[in-house]
Design a protein around this ligand. Structure first.
Ligand code: FAD
Ligand code: NAI
Length: 467
Protein backbone atom coordinates (compact mmCIF):
# COMPACT_ATOMS: atom_id res chain seq x y z
CA UNK A 1 0.00 0.00 0.00
CA UNK A 2 1.43 3.41 -0.94
CA UNK A 3 1.83 6.15 1.67
CA UNK A 4 -1.36 7.84 0.50
CA UNK A 5 -3.50 4.69 0.30
CA UNK A 6 -5.52 3.64 3.34
CA UNK A 7 -8.13 1.10 4.39
CA UNK A 8 -10.03 3.92 6.05
CA UNK A 9 -9.88 7.71 5.80
CA UNK A 10 -11.86 9.50 8.49
CA UNK A 11 -12.85 13.10 7.81
CA UNK A 12 -13.09 15.13 11.01
CA UNK A 13 -11.10 14.71 14.22
CA UNK A 14 -13.89 15.26 16.75
CA UNK A 15 -15.17 12.67 19.28
CA UNK A 16 -16.73 10.69 16.44
CA UNK A 17 -13.80 10.93 14.04
CA UNK A 18 -10.89 10.42 16.42
CA UNK A 19 -12.59 7.52 18.20
CA UNK A 20 -13.33 5.83 14.87
CA UNK A 21 -9.75 6.32 13.66
CA UNK A 22 -8.24 4.86 16.83
CA UNK A 23 -10.59 1.86 16.96
CA UNK A 24 -10.13 1.16 13.23
CA UNK A 25 -6.36 1.15 13.64
CA UNK A 26 -6.68 -1.20 16.62
CA UNK A 27 -8.69 -3.52 14.37
CA UNK A 28 -5.82 -3.62 11.87
CA UNK A 29 -7.02 -1.07 9.30
CA UNK A 30 -4.45 1.34 7.90
CA UNK A 31 -6.16 4.59 8.94
CA UNK A 32 -5.82 8.32 8.35
CA UNK A 33 -7.82 11.14 9.92
CA UNK A 34 -8.10 14.47 8.10
CA UNK A 35 -8.86 17.47 10.30
CA UNK A 36 -8.96 21.06 9.13
CA UNK A 37 -8.63 22.59 12.59
CA UNK A 38 -5.10 23.16 13.95
CA UNK A 39 -5.84 20.80 16.83
CA UNK A 40 -7.67 17.48 17.11
CA UNK A 41 -10.77 16.95 19.27
CA UNK A 42 -13.41 18.70 17.15
CA UNK A 43 -16.04 21.04 18.56
CA UNK A 44 -16.22 19.08 21.82
CA UNK A 45 -12.64 19.49 22.97
CA UNK A 46 -11.86 22.84 21.34
CA UNK A 47 -15.01 24.97 21.64
CA UNK A 48 -17.69 22.77 23.21
CA UNK A 49 -17.94 20.24 26.03
CA UNK A 50 -14.53 20.80 27.57
CA UNK A 51 -14.05 24.60 27.64
CA UNK A 52 -17.68 25.03 28.74
CA UNK A 53 -17.23 22.58 31.61
CA UNK A 54 -13.97 24.23 32.67
CA UNK A 55 -15.78 27.59 32.89
CA UNK A 56 -18.78 25.99 34.60
CA UNK A 57 -16.48 24.57 37.29
CA UNK A 58 -14.54 27.81 37.82
CA UNK A 59 -17.69 29.93 37.96
CA UNK A 60 -19.29 27.43 40.34
CA UNK A 61 -16.32 27.75 42.70
CA UNK A 62 -16.50 31.54 42.44
CA UNK A 63 -20.17 31.51 43.34
CA UNK A 64 -19.66 29.06 46.19
CA UNK A 65 -16.83 31.12 47.60
CA UNK A 66 -19.01 34.23 47.42
CA UNK A 67 -22.24 32.82 48.78
CA UNK A 68 -21.77 29.45 50.43
CA UNK A 69 -18.54 29.58 52.39
CA UNK A 70 -19.62 32.13 54.98
CA UNK A 71 -22.80 30.18 55.72
CA UNK A 72 -20.58 27.21 56.50
CA UNK A 73 -18.33 29.19 58.79
CA UNK A 74 -15.48 29.70 56.35
CA UNK A 75 -14.25 33.27 55.98
CA UNK A 76 -11.91 33.99 53.11
CA UNK A 77 -11.77 37.78 52.99
CA UNK A 78 -12.70 39.74 49.90
CA UNK A 79 -13.51 37.88 46.73
CA UNK A 80 -11.91 38.94 43.44
CA UNK A 81 -12.38 37.63 39.93
CA UNK A 82 -9.40 37.29 37.58
CA UNK A 83 -11.22 36.44 34.36
CA UNK A 84 -7.99 36.25 32.36
CA UNK A 85 -6.63 33.59 34.69
CA UNK A 86 -9.93 31.70 34.61
CA UNK A 87 -9.81 31.70 30.80
CA UNK A 88 -6.19 30.54 31.02
CA UNK A 89 -7.18 27.49 33.05
CA UNK A 90 -9.84 26.70 30.44
CA UNK A 91 -7.30 27.01 27.60
CA UNK A 92 -4.75 24.83 29.43
CA UNK A 93 -7.41 22.14 29.87
CA UNK A 94 -8.28 22.28 26.17
CA UNK A 95 -4.59 22.20 25.19
CA UNK A 96 -3.84 19.22 27.39
CA UNK A 97 -6.73 17.20 26.03
CA UNK A 98 -6.28 18.06 22.34
CA UNK A 99 -2.57 17.21 22.61
CA UNK A 100 -3.64 14.00 24.28
CA UNK A 101 -5.48 12.98 21.10
CA UNK A 102 -2.27 13.64 19.09
CA UNK A 103 -0.50 11.27 21.46
CA UNK A 104 -3.25 8.65 21.11
CA UNK A 105 -2.99 8.86 17.31
CA UNK A 106 0.75 8.19 17.52
CA UNK A 107 0.27 5.38 20.00
CA UNK A 108 -2.36 3.74 17.78
CA UNK A 109 -0.53 4.46 14.50
CA UNK A 110 -3.24 6.69 13.03
CA UNK A 111 -1.95 9.09 10.35
CA UNK A 112 -3.06 12.63 11.18
CA UNK A 113 -3.46 14.73 8.01
CA UNK A 114 -3.93 18.47 8.59
CA UNK A 115 -6.19 20.07 5.99
CA UNK A 116 -9.67 20.27 4.50
CA UNK A 117 -10.99 17.16 2.79
CA UNK A 118 -13.19 16.96 -0.29
CA UNK A 119 -14.54 13.69 -1.67
CA UNK A 120 -13.66 13.20 -5.32
CA UNK A 121 -15.28 9.83 -5.99
CA UNK A 122 -13.65 6.47 -6.60
CA UNK A 123 -12.32 6.43 -3.03
CA UNK A 124 -10.22 9.55 -3.59
CA UNK A 125 -10.06 12.40 -1.07
CA UNK A 126 -8.45 15.72 -2.00
CA UNK A 127 -6.85 17.44 0.96
CA UNK A 128 -6.18 21.18 0.69
CA UNK A 129 -4.23 23.31 3.13
CA UNK A 130 -0.81 22.92 4.70
CA UNK A 131 -0.49 19.22 3.89
CA UNK A 132 -2.19 19.26 0.45
CA UNK A 133 -2.30 15.79 -1.10
CA UNK A 134 -4.70 13.24 -2.54
CA UNK A 135 -5.54 10.22 -0.41
CA UNK A 136 -7.05 6.97 -1.57
CA UNK A 137 -9.22 4.80 0.66
CA UNK A 138 -11.22 1.61 0.55
CA UNK A 139 -13.71 3.21 2.94
CA UNK A 140 -14.37 6.85 3.86
CA UNK A 141 -16.02 7.89 7.13
CA UNK A 142 -17.52 11.37 7.35
CA UNK A 143 -17.50 12.77 10.90
CA UNK A 144 -17.59 16.48 10.14
CA UNK A 145 -19.97 17.37 12.97
CA UNK A 146 -22.13 20.45 13.20
CA UNK A 147 -22.05 24.21 13.46
CA UNK A 148 -24.23 26.98 14.83
CA UNK A 149 -27.70 27.49 13.37
CA UNK A 150 -27.86 31.14 12.29
CA UNK A 151 -30.76 33.40 13.26
CA UNK A 152 -31.96 35.71 10.48
CA UNK A 153 -31.41 39.42 11.26
CA UNK A 154 -29.18 38.60 14.25
CA UNK A 155 -25.75 38.27 12.70
CA UNK A 156 -23.04 36.75 14.88
CA UNK A 157 -19.83 38.84 15.03
CA UNK A 158 -18.39 36.91 18.02
CA UNK A 159 -17.98 40.21 19.91
CA UNK A 160 -21.34 41.80 20.72
CA UNK A 161 -23.46 39.04 19.19
CA UNK A 162 -21.78 35.74 19.93
CA UNK A 163 -22.26 32.03 19.31
CA UNK A 164 -21.20 29.55 21.98
CA UNK A 165 -17.62 29.91 20.66
CA UNK A 166 -17.55 33.65 21.40
CA UNK A 167 -19.37 33.15 24.70
CA UNK A 168 -16.50 30.89 25.82
CA UNK A 169 -13.96 33.70 25.48
CA UNK A 170 -15.59 37.00 26.37
CA UNK A 171 -12.82 39.41 27.46
CA UNK A 172 -14.91 40.84 30.30
CA UNK A 173 -18.06 40.01 32.22
CA UNK A 174 -20.99 41.71 30.48
CA UNK A 175 -23.27 43.80 32.66
CA UNK A 176 -26.28 42.50 30.78
CA UNK A 177 -26.45 39.42 28.60
CA UNK A 178 -29.35 38.17 26.52
CA UNK A 179 -29.38 34.50 25.57
CA UNK A 180 -31.56 33.54 22.61
CA UNK A 181 -32.68 29.92 23.10
CA UNK A 182 -33.39 28.11 26.38
CA UNK A 183 -31.67 24.91 25.25
CA UNK A 184 -28.57 23.26 26.67
CA UNK A 185 -26.05 25.85 25.49
CA UNK A 186 -28.20 28.77 26.57
CA UNK A 187 -28.66 27.41 30.09
CA UNK A 188 -25.06 26.26 30.60
CA UNK A 189 -23.35 29.39 29.27
CA UNK A 190 -26.04 31.66 30.70
CA UNK A 191 -25.24 30.08 34.07
CA UNK A 192 -21.50 30.72 33.66
CA UNK A 193 -21.92 34.45 33.01
CA UNK A 194 -24.69 34.87 35.59
CA UNK A 195 -22.41 33.37 38.23
CA UNK A 196 -19.61 35.72 37.21
CA UNK A 197 -21.88 38.75 37.66
CA UNK A 198 -23.90 39.34 34.46
CA UNK A 199 -27.64 39.98 34.52
CA UNK A 200 -28.89 37.20 32.22
CA UNK A 201 -32.21 37.11 30.37
CA UNK A 202 -33.09 34.08 28.27
CA UNK A 203 -35.52 34.58 25.39
CA UNK A 204 -37.12 31.37 24.15
CA UNK A 205 -39.43 30.78 21.20
CA UNK A 206 -41.44 28.01 22.87
CA UNK A 207 -43.47 28.37 26.05
CA UNK A 208 -41.09 26.07 27.92
CA UNK A 209 -37.35 25.56 28.36
CA UNK A 210 -35.28 22.49 27.38
CA UNK A 211 -37.62 21.06 24.72
CA UNK A 212 -37.58 17.27 24.63
CA UNK A 213 -36.76 17.02 28.34
CA UNK A 214 -39.40 15.60 30.72
CA UNK A 215 -41.85 18.47 31.39
CA UNK A 216 -41.71 18.21 35.16
CA UNK A 217 -37.91 18.29 35.13
CA UNK A 218 -37.82 21.25 32.72
CA UNK A 219 -40.27 23.19 34.92
CA UNK A 220 -38.22 22.49 38.05
CA UNK A 221 -35.05 23.56 36.21
CA UNK A 222 -36.63 26.85 35.18
CA UNK A 223 -37.85 27.53 38.72
CA UNK A 224 -34.43 26.85 40.25
CA UNK A 225 -32.47 28.84 37.64
CA UNK A 226 -34.89 31.75 38.07
CA UNK A 227 -34.27 31.65 41.81
CA UNK A 228 -30.55 31.86 41.02
CA UNK A 229 -31.21 35.06 39.05
CA UNK A 230 -31.75 34.09 35.42
CA UNK A 231 -34.81 35.76 33.86
CA UNK A 232 -36.89 33.86 31.30
CA UNK A 233 -39.02 35.35 28.54
CA UNK A 234 -40.86 32.41 27.04
CA UNK A 235 -43.02 32.27 23.92
CA UNK A 236 -41.07 35.11 22.29
CA UNK A 237 -39.70 35.37 18.78
CA UNK A 238 -36.63 37.54 18.17
CA UNK A 239 -37.08 39.51 14.97
CA UNK A 240 -34.03 41.74 14.80
CA UNK A 241 -30.92 43.18 16.43
CA UNK A 242 -29.50 46.69 16.26
CA UNK A 243 -25.85 47.05 17.16
CA UNK A 244 -24.49 50.23 18.70
CA UNK A 245 -21.28 50.97 20.54
CA UNK A 246 -23.16 50.94 23.83
CA UNK A 247 -24.75 47.52 23.22
CA UNK A 248 -27.25 45.55 21.19
CA UNK A 249 -30.99 46.22 21.13
CA UNK A 250 -33.03 43.14 20.36
CA UNK A 251 -36.53 43.33 18.98
CA UNK A 252 -38.90 40.48 19.75
CA UNK A 253 -42.59 39.72 19.73
CA UNK A 254 -44.86 36.97 21.07
CA UNK A 255 -44.27 33.77 19.04
CA UNK A 256 -47.99 33.60 18.34
CA UNK A 257 -48.03 37.18 17.09
CA UNK A 258 -48.51 40.49 18.89
CA UNK A 259 -46.79 43.75 19.74
CA UNK A 260 -43.04 44.09 19.37
CA UNK A 261 -40.85 44.78 22.41
CA UNK A 262 -37.18 45.65 22.78
CA UNK A 263 -34.44 44.74 25.24
CA UNK A 264 -30.85 46.00 25.39
CA UNK A 265 -27.74 44.12 26.46
CA UNK A 266 -23.94 44.35 26.18
CA UNK A 267 -23.72 40.85 24.74
CA UNK A 268 -26.23 38.61 22.97
CA UNK A 269 -25.66 34.86 22.78
CA UNK A 270 -27.38 33.08 19.89
CA UNK A 271 -28.01 29.46 20.95
CA UNK A 272 -30.95 28.23 18.90
CA UNK A 273 -29.51 24.87 17.93
CA UNK A 274 -26.81 23.40 15.71
CA UNK A 275 -26.98 22.07 12.15
CA UNK A 276 -25.00 19.33 10.42
CA UNK A 277 -21.80 20.54 8.79
CA UNK A 278 -21.10 19.21 5.31
CA UNK A 279 -19.82 22.31 3.56
CA UNK A 280 -17.23 21.74 0.84
CA UNK A 281 -17.30 17.94 1.12
CA UNK A 282 -18.60 17.54 -2.44
CA UNK A 283 -21.48 15.29 -1.34
CA UNK A 284 -23.92 16.37 -4.06
CA UNK A 285 -21.50 15.57 -6.92
CA UNK A 286 -20.97 12.14 -5.40
CA UNK A 287 -24.67 11.40 -4.77
CA UNK A 288 -24.45 11.17 -0.97
CA UNK A 289 -28.03 11.94 0.02
CA UNK A 290 -29.09 14.14 2.91
CA UNK A 291 -32.45 14.59 4.63
CA UNK A 292 -34.37 17.85 4.82
CA UNK A 293 -32.38 18.92 7.87
CA UNK A 294 -29.12 18.46 5.94
CA UNK A 295 -28.14 15.28 7.82
CA UNK A 296 -26.39 12.54 5.88
CA UNK A 297 -28.78 9.60 5.45
CA UNK A 298 -27.24 6.32 6.66
CA UNK A 299 -28.42 2.73 7.12
CA UNK A 300 -27.98 0.67 10.31
CA UNK A 301 -24.32 0.08 9.41
CA UNK A 302 -23.80 3.87 9.08
CA UNK A 303 -23.35 3.46 5.31
CA UNK A 304 -24.53 6.43 3.23
CA UNK A 305 -26.34 6.13 -0.08
CA UNK A 306 -22.93 5.68 -1.75
CA UNK A 307 -20.94 2.47 -1.32
CA UNK A 308 -17.77 2.88 0.70
CA UNK A 309 -18.91 6.18 2.25
CA UNK A 310 -20.06 6.14 5.88
CA UNK A 311 -21.12 8.85 8.37
CA UNK A 312 -21.49 9.18 12.16
CA UNK A 313 -21.96 11.77 14.92
CA UNK A 314 -23.58 15.20 14.67
CA UNK A 315 -23.67 14.99 10.88
CA UNK A 316 -26.30 12.19 10.98
CA UNK A 317 -29.64 11.81 12.74
CA UNK A 318 -29.95 11.66 16.53
CA UNK A 319 -28.93 13.69 19.56
CA UNK A 320 -25.91 15.93 18.99
CA UNK A 321 -23.84 14.53 21.83
CA UNK A 322 -20.17 13.61 22.03
CA UNK A 323 -20.79 10.19 23.62
CA UNK A 324 -23.37 9.32 20.94
CA UNK A 325 -20.76 10.17 18.27
CA UNK A 326 -18.14 8.05 20.07
CA UNK A 327 -20.38 5.02 20.41
CA UNK A 328 -21.43 5.25 16.76
CA UNK A 329 -17.75 5.48 15.81
CA UNK A 330 -16.88 2.22 17.51
CA UNK A 331 -19.94 0.38 16.20
CA UNK A 332 -19.38 1.67 12.65
CA UNK A 333 -15.76 0.54 12.31
CA UNK A 334 -16.30 -2.74 14.17
CA UNK A 335 -19.03 -3.52 11.65
CA UNK A 336 -16.64 -2.63 8.81
CA UNK A 337 -14.28 -5.18 10.34
CA UNK A 338 -16.99 -7.84 10.28
CA UNK A 339 -17.88 -7.75 13.99
CA UNK A 340 -21.46 -7.59 15.29
CA UNK A 341 -21.63 -4.75 17.84
CA UNK A 342 -24.82 -2.85 18.66
CA UNK A 343 -25.84 0.60 19.80
CA UNK A 344 -28.91 1.13 21.95
CA UNK A 345 -30.39 4.54 21.18
CA UNK A 346 -32.87 4.10 24.06
CA UNK A 347 -30.10 4.29 26.62
CA UNK A 348 -28.11 7.35 25.56
CA UNK A 349 -27.98 9.69 28.54
CA UNK A 350 -28.17 13.47 28.24
CA UNK A 351 -26.87 15.86 30.87
CA UNK A 352 -27.23 19.62 31.33
CA UNK A 353 -24.32 20.78 33.47
CA UNK A 354 -26.04 23.60 35.34
CA UNK A 355 -26.31 23.46 39.12
CA UNK A 356 -28.21 21.44 39.96
CA UNK A 357 -27.53 19.19 36.99
CA UNK A 358 -30.26 17.72 34.82
CA UNK A 359 -29.74 14.15 33.65
CA UNK A 360 -32.09 11.97 31.68
CA UNK A 361 -32.16 8.61 29.94
CA UNK A 362 -34.92 6.80 28.08
CA UNK A 363 -38.50 7.86 27.58
CA UNK A 364 -40.18 10.91 29.12
CA UNK A 365 -43.71 10.77 30.56
CA UNK A 366 -44.90 12.74 27.53
CA UNK A 367 -43.40 10.18 25.14
CA UNK A 368 -44.93 7.24 27.04
CA UNK A 369 -48.36 8.88 27.01
CA UNK A 370 -48.07 9.56 23.30
CA UNK A 371 -47.08 5.94 22.63
CA UNK A 372 -49.96 4.71 24.81
CA UNK A 373 -47.63 2.77 27.09
CA UNK A 374 -48.97 2.27 30.63
CA UNK A 375 -46.36 3.11 33.27
CA UNK A 376 -45.78 3.56 36.98
CA UNK A 377 -43.91 6.56 38.40
CA UNK A 378 -41.56 6.56 41.37
CA UNK A 379 -40.46 10.03 42.41
CA UNK A 380 -38.31 10.97 45.38
CA UNK A 381 -37.06 14.46 46.32
CA UNK A 382 -33.41 14.97 47.30
CA UNK A 383 -34.65 16.58 50.50
CA UNK A 384 -35.29 13.00 51.66
CA UNK A 385 -31.67 12.00 50.93
CA UNK A 386 -29.28 12.22 53.87
CA UNK A 387 -26.16 12.94 51.80
CA UNK A 388 -27.91 15.81 49.97
CA UNK A 389 -28.88 17.18 53.40
CA UNK A 390 -25.33 16.85 54.69
CA UNK A 391 -24.00 18.54 51.55
CA UNK A 392 -26.47 21.37 52.06
CA UNK A 393 -28.10 21.08 48.64
CA UNK A 394 -31.49 19.42 48.53
CA UNK A 395 -33.25 20.82 45.46
CA UNK A 396 -34.48 18.42 42.81
CA UNK A 397 -35.70 14.85 42.54
CA UNK A 398 -35.22 11.45 40.93
CA UNK A 399 -38.09 10.16 38.81
CA UNK A 400 -38.22 6.61 37.50
CA UNK A 401 -40.75 5.49 34.90
CA UNK A 402 -41.37 1.76 34.71
CA UNK A 403 -43.65 -0.36 32.54
CA UNK A 404 -46.93 -0.96 34.41
CA UNK A 405 -47.08 -4.62 33.39
CA UNK A 406 -43.46 -5.78 33.41
CA UNK A 407 -41.86 -3.19 35.77
CA UNK A 408 -39.04 -2.74 33.22
CA UNK A 409 -37.43 0.70 33.61
CA UNK A 410 -38.33 2.85 30.60
CA UNK A 411 -36.92 6.21 31.61
CA UNK A 412 -35.12 8.01 34.43
CA UNK A 413 -35.16 11.78 34.88
CA UNK A 414 -33.09 13.49 37.53
CA UNK A 415 -32.62 17.09 38.54
CA UNK A 416 -30.28 17.42 41.45
CA UNK A 417 -26.73 17.59 42.70
CA UNK A 418 -24.36 15.53 40.52
CA UNK A 419 -27.30 14.16 38.51
CA UNK A 420 -24.93 13.65 35.54
CA UNK A 421 -22.92 11.14 37.56
CA UNK A 422 -25.85 9.52 39.37
CA UNK A 423 -27.70 8.75 36.11
CA UNK A 424 -25.14 6.19 35.01
CA UNK A 425 -26.35 3.42 37.30
CA UNK A 426 -29.75 3.91 35.64
CA UNK A 427 -28.19 3.81 32.16
CA UNK A 428 -26.45 0.56 33.01
CA UNK A 429 -29.60 -0.88 34.57
CA UNK A 430 -31.62 -0.02 31.47
CA UNK A 431 -28.92 -1.44 29.17
CA UNK A 432 -29.32 -4.73 31.01
CA UNK A 433 -33.14 -4.51 30.85
CA UNK A 434 -33.54 -4.05 34.60
CA UNK A 435 -36.86 -3.62 36.41
CA UNK A 436 -37.37 -1.07 39.17
CA UNK A 437 -37.44 -4.06 41.55
CA UNK A 438 -33.87 -4.91 40.38
CA UNK A 439 -32.69 -1.40 41.26
CA UNK A 440 -34.59 -1.40 44.55
CA UNK A 441 -32.92 -4.67 45.59
CA UNK A 442 -29.43 -3.49 44.66
CA UNK A 443 -27.44 -2.49 47.73
CA UNK A 444 -26.52 1.21 47.63
CA UNK A 445 -23.82 2.64 49.90
CA UNK A 446 -24.90 5.02 52.63
CA UNK A 447 -24.83 7.99 52.70
CA UNK A 448 -24.75 8.62 48.94
CA UNK A 449 -26.80 10.68 46.52
CA UNK A 450 -27.38 7.46 44.56
CA UNK A 451 -29.56 6.19 47.38
CA UNK A 452 -32.21 8.53 45.92
CA UNK A 453 -32.27 6.24 42.87
CA UNK A 454 -32.90 3.19 45.03
CA UNK A 455 -35.60 5.08 46.93
CA UNK A 456 -37.25 6.18 43.65
CA UNK A 457 -37.23 2.56 42.49
CA UNK A 458 -38.91 1.63 45.78
CA UNK A 459 -41.41 4.43 45.13
CA UNK A 460 -42.36 2.80 41.81
CA UNK A 461 -43.27 -0.29 43.85
CA UNK A 462 -45.09 1.79 46.50
CA UNK A 463 -42.81 0.80 49.37
CA UNK A 464 -40.43 3.67 50.16
CA UNK A 465 -38.56 3.58 53.44
CA UNK A 466 -37.03 7.05 53.77
CA UNK A 467 -39.56 9.30 52.05
P1 FAD B 1 -17.29 17.58 15.82
O1 FAD B 1 -16.84 17.53 17.20
O2 FAD B 1 -18.04 18.78 15.35
O3 FAD B 1 -15.99 17.39 14.92
C1 FAD B 1 -16.01 17.53 13.54
C2 FAD B 1 -14.66 17.95 13.07
O4 FAD B 1 -14.62 17.83 11.65
C3 FAD B 1 -14.32 19.41 13.37
O5 FAD B 1 -13.15 19.48 14.12
C4 FAD B 1 -14.17 20.06 12.01
O6 FAD B 1 -13.12 21.01 11.97
C5 FAD B 1 -13.83 18.87 11.13
N1 FAD B 1 -14.17 19.04 9.71
C6 FAD B 1 -15.35 19.46 9.20
N2 FAD B 1 -15.32 19.44 7.86
C7 FAD B 1 -14.08 19.01 7.52
C8 FAD B 1 -13.42 18.77 6.28
N3 FAD B 1 -14.06 18.96 5.11
N4 FAD B 1 -12.15 18.35 6.30
C9 FAD B 1 -11.50 18.14 7.47
N5 FAD B 1 -12.07 18.33 8.66
C10 FAD B 1 -13.35 18.75 8.69
N6 FAD B 1 -21.86 17.16 23.94
C11 FAD B 1 -21.83 16.37 25.03
O7 FAD B 1 -22.04 15.16 24.91
N7 FAD B 1 -21.58 16.88 26.28
C12 FAD B 1 -21.36 18.20 26.46
O8 FAD B 1 -21.14 18.63 27.60
C13 FAD B 1 -21.39 19.05 25.34
N8 FAD B 1 -21.15 20.37 25.48
C14 FAD B 1 -21.17 21.17 24.37
C15 FAD B 1 -20.96 22.53 24.56
C16 FAD B 1 -20.97 23.38 23.47
C17 FAD B 1 -20.74 24.85 23.68
C18 FAD B 1 -21.19 22.84 22.16
C19 FAD B 1 -21.18 23.75 20.97
C20 FAD B 1 -21.40 21.50 21.98
C21 FAD B 1 -21.41 20.65 23.09
N9 FAD B 1 -21.64 19.28 22.96
C22 FAD B 1 -21.64 18.48 24.06
C23 FAD B 1 -21.90 18.65 21.65
C24 FAD B 1 -20.61 17.97 21.13
O9 FAD B 1 -19.60 18.93 21.03
C25 FAD B 1 -20.88 17.33 19.79
O10 FAD B 1 -21.98 16.46 19.88
C26 FAD B 1 -19.65 16.52 19.34
O11 FAD B 1 -18.54 17.37 19.23
C27 FAD B 1 -19.93 15.86 17.99
O12 FAD B 1 -18.81 15.16 17.59
P2 FAD B 1 -18.49 14.91 16.03
O13 FAD B 1 -17.25 14.10 16.02
O14 FAD B 1 -19.69 14.40 15.35
O15 FAD B 1 -18.21 16.35 15.41
P1 NAI C 1 -30.96 23.21 21.65
O1 NAI C 1 -31.62 22.54 20.54
O2 NAI C 1 -30.62 22.47 22.87
O3 NAI C 1 -31.83 24.47 22.11
C1 NAI C 1 -32.18 25.49 21.24
C2 NAI C 1 -33.33 26.28 21.86
O4 NAI C 1 -33.54 27.42 21.08
C3 NAI C 1 -34.63 25.50 21.89
O5 NAI C 1 -35.21 25.64 23.15
C4 NAI C 1 -35.46 26.15 20.81
O6 NAI C 1 -36.84 26.10 21.04
C5 NAI C 1 -34.93 27.57 20.88
N1 NAI C 1 -35.11 28.34 19.66
C6 NAI C 1 -35.03 27.92 18.38
N2 NAI C 1 -35.22 28.96 17.54
C7 NAI C 1 -35.43 30.05 18.32
C8 NAI C 1 -35.67 31.42 18.05
N3 NAI C 1 -35.72 31.86 16.80
N4 NAI C 1 -35.83 32.28 19.08
C9 NAI C 1 -35.76 31.83 20.37
N5 NAI C 1 -35.52 30.54 20.68
C10 NAI C 1 -35.35 29.67 19.67
O7 NAI C 1 -29.65 23.88 20.99
P2 NAI C 1 -28.36 24.53 21.63
O8 NAI C 1 -28.60 24.93 23.03
O9 NAI C 1 -27.91 25.56 20.66
O10 NAI C 1 -27.33 23.33 21.63
C11 NAI C 1 -27.02 22.65 20.40
C12 NAI C 1 -26.68 21.22 20.66
O11 NAI C 1 -25.45 21.12 21.31
C13 NAI C 1 -27.70 20.54 21.54
O12 NAI C 1 -28.60 19.85 20.71
C14 NAI C 1 -26.92 19.59 22.36
O13 NAI C 1 -27.08 18.30 21.86
C15 NAI C 1 -25.47 20.02 22.19
N6 NAI C 1 -24.97 20.43 23.50
C16 NAI C 1 -24.93 19.50 24.50
C17 NAI C 1 -24.53 19.85 25.75
C18 NAI C 1 -24.54 18.83 26.82
O14 NAI C 1 -24.67 17.65 26.52
N7 NAI C 1 -24.40 19.20 28.09
C19 NAI C 1 -24.07 21.20 26.08
C20 NAI C 1 -24.19 22.09 24.96
C21 NAI C 1 -24.59 21.69 23.74
Amino acid sequence: MSDDTFDLVVIGGGPGGYTAAIRASQLGMKTACVEKRETLGGVCLNVGCIPSKALLKSSELYEEAGHDFERRGITIGSLKLDLGKMMGVKQETVKGLTQGIEFLFKKNKVTHVKGTATLEGGGRIAVTGAEARTLKAKNILIATGSDVTPLPNVEVDEKQIVSSTGALELPKVPKKMIVIGAGVIGLELGTVWRRLGAEVTVIEFLDRILPGTDNEVAKATQRILKKQGIEFLLGKKVTGAKKEKSGVTLTFEPSKGGDAETLKADVVLVAIGRRPYTEGLGLDDLGVERDRGGRIIVDKNFKSTVDGVYAIGDVIEGPMLAHKAEDEAVVCVEKMAGQKPHINYDTIPAVVYTWPEVATVGKTEEQLKEANIAYNVGKVPFVANSRARANGFTEGFVKILADKKTDKVLGVHIIGPDAGTIIHECVLAMEFGASSEDIARTCHAHPTLNEAVKEAALAVLGRTINS
